[in-house]
Design a binder for this molecule. Structure first.
Ligand code: CJB
Length: 829
């Protein structure tokens, strides 16, 4: 009975001595305990790495307590839950973030210093968890932090890749990719759940079975792989809630291939099994085009199948009627990567749970929401039906049925407009018949989200125009955001202290809107002085890093001008490099006396190119070739430096962003769905030099156009400019810079030819030439502002003051209230 259970619980609790204690003395005891018994080193002799391991295990213990309590509480109160399905999460490091969110940063610092260690030094021992490519994946990580902090009953689901995003090394200016086997030294931030496993099936055939005199189609799969759960606790800030990110790994299944066993082919049967177990091995490194790869499709289904089995099991534990599913479960498709979920859940409901098709479809249409991160239709995911039919024959049938029902309904609505019908079909006919994952996701989701206002307008007017006209109410937007916990509190502690001091509260850490309070102090010279000191400190940290990474010594008085993000033609790193060449050219041709008026610059570029993306790789090489020339030109000295920061990732970003004076966001208008890097720079008081693209349009609304440097063609001008083709006007300076590269001024003339061709008049799809003039003007305006430090500092303060709207807390609250319809569920302390 209840009394008995309560007595037992009390006894357990007293045996455990209550919860773990967080005073520095208890923390020291715990750390030493882990040194001795977990790391198995002598407590009298351990190094920084071992100290980091022991430290993280003591943090992990504290996370686990809260994580258990949170889930017990969710289980008891049965709120509607959100399941956030994403094939990528770019978490970065966990130690500092966890300790800060647990609220025991100071206690740990003190405990460690008494043991003779420094917290920050140990934190540097941790490697990044890089289970994602770029913006989309880091945005998922920010959203998890906000979901936990705002007490939403949410779960993240993803894949536990053994190899994360490749490490970028630069040899002779060229990018090389090295494997990121990140689990080599163990991972204290995950909990292996050897008993939480599901079988995932592939291949096989579809057969007719008789069910109560009716014919039904059932899948007889041919291959089985086991999925094992690895749970990653995600602590909220200022709350006990600690939610779960469950990542799946493929493991040997205990199903024996009896045939092979009997024929004595024991070794080969093991070797074959290992191949199937490699499903979750490696993250695909091309951010955005994954068309037609069988392994990628296997990964998607593996992830979807394991997650849905887990979700349905949890639902059935608490509820016994599938009609309740929409009231209890929200499934979010983070881009189209998890959209096989739609076919899979239909298969489960119809084939396994034996629901009537229409009933199942009505339920399913109420539970999915979808966010697309892509702008152009060519970037949308497609899966060849041949591939899908062989790997997942029953799912292909289900997709065809969804499509034919949709086509019937559509004909009733719009008539026999065959062009439009074929554009809206899930099935694309053509040379390679394929499934359009975006159309599927739109048809089945109750909400289709864009990631910024501008993006959403483009979706409605262009990319998904047909669907918008059919279902205008489905189309919404929720502007992206980033978490101020990681992007200020963790990565910029001195700014964090300054903000709390002048705002008179730490409440901005949970409510970023309070940052507008900085506007009240913008005219206070004392405040501005402290603000400048913080920036200088962060520039010092960055300068040291640059010197160790590249050997280039940089001056702290120079403007630190940064462009860090994936390398893409549309992001126009080439425009930046051309601008730098132009600057160098001007310096060389300038009267010596005039040079004293020039603002010294340190140009910093960083980012990875997809391994198969040749042009992007040439951009990296050109950057190095230009840097080589400029940095070794003694005549130029500190007036201009160019450094490429290798292996840009989350932890590098944490150092680079706080140290930037200016950051560049140069995408051709209409190509960046949102952009989230800009938001992190903004929060850190870095000025933006940007096109009116993605979320920048909304940033301007918040900080005013006087506080950033805007340039370039507007979205509505781009199409017209492109049409001009060879007749497009391009400034002489652009032609000159292009000529320099073509003529081999930076060496490797032949190698750079194809890169130069991409921006030649008539071929310049991303409009570098036509935007170059206004780009140089914006750069000149930045120089002009920088020589007035007080003006610059005010702009910097007003940037941070207007960044509150770009907190992922705002993003998540909007999604929760408007799209997912979930309520906070706070676990009591
Ligand atoms: N994005 O990082 C990716 N990968 C893709 O495959 C497609 C889009 C980016 O997603 C971010 C988060 O929504 C956006 O801010 C960014 O504009 C977009 O390129």
């Amino acid at each position: 009975g209840f009394g008995e259970r309560k007595a037992k619980a009390e006894r357990m609790f007293s045996l455990m001595d209550g919860f773990l204690k967080n005073d520095p003395f208890s923390l020291q005891k715990d750390i030493l305990h882990h040194v001795e018994y977990t790391v198995a080193r002598s407590r009298f002799n351990f190094d920084d790495y071992e100290a980091y391991q022991a430290l993280s295990h003591s943090v992990r213990d504290r996370l686990i307590e809260r994580w258990h309590d949170t889930h017990t509480y969710f289980k008891r109160t049965k709120p509607k839950r959100l399941y956030f399905l994403s094939l990528e999460f770019l978490m970065g490091r966990s130690l500092s973030n966890s300790v800060i969110n647990l609220g025991i940063q100071d206690q740990y610092a003190e405990a460690l210093s008494q043991l003779g260690f420094e917290f920050d030094v140990l934190a540097e021992q941790e490697g990044d968890a890089a289970l994602g490519n770029g913006g989309l994946a880091r945005f998922s990580a920010c959203q998890m932090d906000s979901l936990a902090t705002l007490d939403y009953p949410a779960w993240g689901y993803g894949l536990r890749y053994e190899y994360g995003l490749f490490r970028q090394i630069i040899v002779d200016g060229f990018q090389h990719e090295q494997p990121d086997y990140w689990l080599n030294f163990g991972n204290p931030w995950e909990i292996e759940r050897i008993h939480v496993t599901y079988e995932v099936k592939f291949y096989g055939t579809v057969e007719d079975v008789d069910r109560n005199g009716e014919k039904h189609e059932v899948w007889i799969p041919g291959e089985t792989v086991e999925a094992v759960a690895y749970d990653n606790p995600i602590p909220g800030y200022g709350t006990r809630n600690t939610i779960n990110l469950r990542l799946w790994a493929a493991k040997p299944s205990n199903h024996f291939d009896l045939e092979a066993y009997n024929t004595g082919d024991y070794i080969n049967s093991i070797v074959n099994r290992q191949r199937t177990e490699s499903i979750s091995n490696v993250l695909y490194p091309d951010d955005r085009s994954h068309q037609g790869k069988e392994m990628r499709l296997k990964q998607q289904y593996f992830f979807v199948s394991a997650s849905l089995q887990d979700i349905i099991r949890r639902f059935k534990e608490a509820h016994n009627n599938f009609d309740e599913l929409p009231e209890k479960v929200a499934l979010h498709l983070n881009d189209t990567h998890p959209s096989l979920s739609i076919a899979e859940i239909m298969r489960i409901l119809v084939d396994e749970e034996q629901l009537d098709w229409n009933k199942a479809w009505n339920i399913v249409c109420k539970i999915f929401s979808f966010t697309t991160h892509t702008v152009v239709a060519e970037g949308l995911e497609k899966i060849p039906t041949d591939l899908l039919g062989s790997l997942l024959p029953r799912h292909l049938q289900i997709l065809y049925k969804i499509n034919s029902n949709f086509m019937e309904e559509l004909k009733k609505r719009i008539g026999l407009d065959y062009n439009r019908l074929s554009r809206m079909s899930i099935v694309e006919e053509g040379a390679v018949k394929s499934i359009r994952m975006a159309n599927l996701s739109i048809i089945c989701s109750h909400t289709v989200n864009g990631v910024s206002k501008l993006h959403s307008d483009t979706l409605k007017m262009r990319t998904f125009k047909d669907f918008y006209e059919l279902w205008p109410e489905k189309f919404q937007y929720t502007t992206n955001g980033v978490t101020q916990r990681r992007w200020i509190v963790v990565s910029n502690p001195s700014l964090c202290a300054l903000l709390s001091k002048w705002l008179g509260t730490e409440a901005w850490i949970r409510n970023a809107d309070l940052l507008t309070g900085l506007r009240d102090h913008v005219d206070n010279t004392g405040f501005r002085h402290e603000w400048k000191m913080v920036k200088r400190l962060n520039k010092m940290r960055l300068a040291e890093y640059i010197e160790t990474m590249s050997g280039v010594k940089v001056s702290l008085d120079a403007m630190f001008d940064v462009q860090v993000k994936r390398i893409h033609e549309y992001k126009r790193q080439l425009l930046n490099i051309f601008g730098i060449i132009h600057r160098y050219d001007c310096l060389k041709n300038m009267d010596k006396n005039d040079r004293t008026k020039v603002v010294p610059r340190v140009c910093i570029i960083g980012g990875k190119a997809a391994p198969g993306y040749e042009i992007a790789k040439k951009i990296i090489k050109l950057c190095h070739a230009v840097a080589e020339k400029i940095n070794n030109d003694a005549d130029i000295g500190d007036l201009l430096k160019l450094v490429f920061i290798p292996d840009y990732n989350v932890s590098v970003a944490e150092m680079v962003i706080p140290g930037a004076d200016l950051s560049q966001h140069l995408s051709t208008a209409g190509h960046e769905a949102s952009g989230t890097g800009s938001m992190k720079f903004l929060m850190n008081g870095c000025l933006l030099l940007a096109t009116a693209d993605g979320s920048t349009v909304e940033i301007i609304e918040e900080i005013g156009s006087d506080n950033l440097f805007l340039f370039g063609a507007k979205v509505q001008e781009v199409a017209e400019l492109r049409e001009k083709g060879g007749a497009l006007k391009v400034p002489l300076q652009f032609a000159r810079v292009l000529r320099m590269v073509r003529d081999g001024y930076f060496g490797d003339k032949d190698y750079f030819k194809s890169l130069c061709d991409t921006v030649e008049v008539g071929n310049d799809f991303y409009l570098l030439g036509s935007d170059f003039g206004s780009y140089l003007e914006a750069q000149a305006a930045a120089d002009k502002a920088f020589v007035e430090p007080e003006k610059w500092t005010k702009m910097s303060i007003l940037s941070a003051a207007g960044s509150g709207r770009f907190s992922s807390d705002r993003t998540i609250r909007e999604y929760a209230e408007r799209t997912w319809k979930i309520d906070p569920c706070q676990c009591p302390f």
